[in-house]
Design a binder for this molecule. Sequence first.
Ligand SMILES: [Cu+2]
Length: 164
Amino acid sequence: MGARVVMKKNMGWLSVMLWLLPVASLWAGSIEVVDPWVREAPPAMQTLSAYMEIRNTGTMGKTVVGASSPMFAKVEFHESMQRAGVSTMVARDSLVIDAGSKVTLKPGGYHLMLIAPQGPRPLRAGDKVPLALHLSDGSQWVGEAEVRAVKGDTAADMHHHHAH
Ligand SMILES: [Cu+2]
């Protein structure tokens, strides 16, 4: 009886430590993510944009080679640009952040494209989206992005913004 209780306690600690492992690798990676957020979209939208500032506080350049979220089937790096007055998006394989510098993901520029929501209901302002950034050195940043409504967003705007 007593032994069983002790074992349960140990198992509890083990799962807590396993859960913390990916977070610990962030500190080794010298990557800081400031103010990650997801733009709220109409409920039927199959793609959402995530923005953030990624800082490299280390002395070596870092390359983000991928991103993922348990709440989306796929996450891609995109860059929005104007071509002959038309807004388009181009997929990027990676994002290089030089030592001591930062890259800002913001509307109209780089963004994370969250594709095919897997959740039971559409994301609304205030929801939290777990996100992971995968680096070429094998480390990763794991955190959460808050869903925010952007004043003035309409279904038509969003459709235009996300047109490939
Ligand atoms: Cu995009």
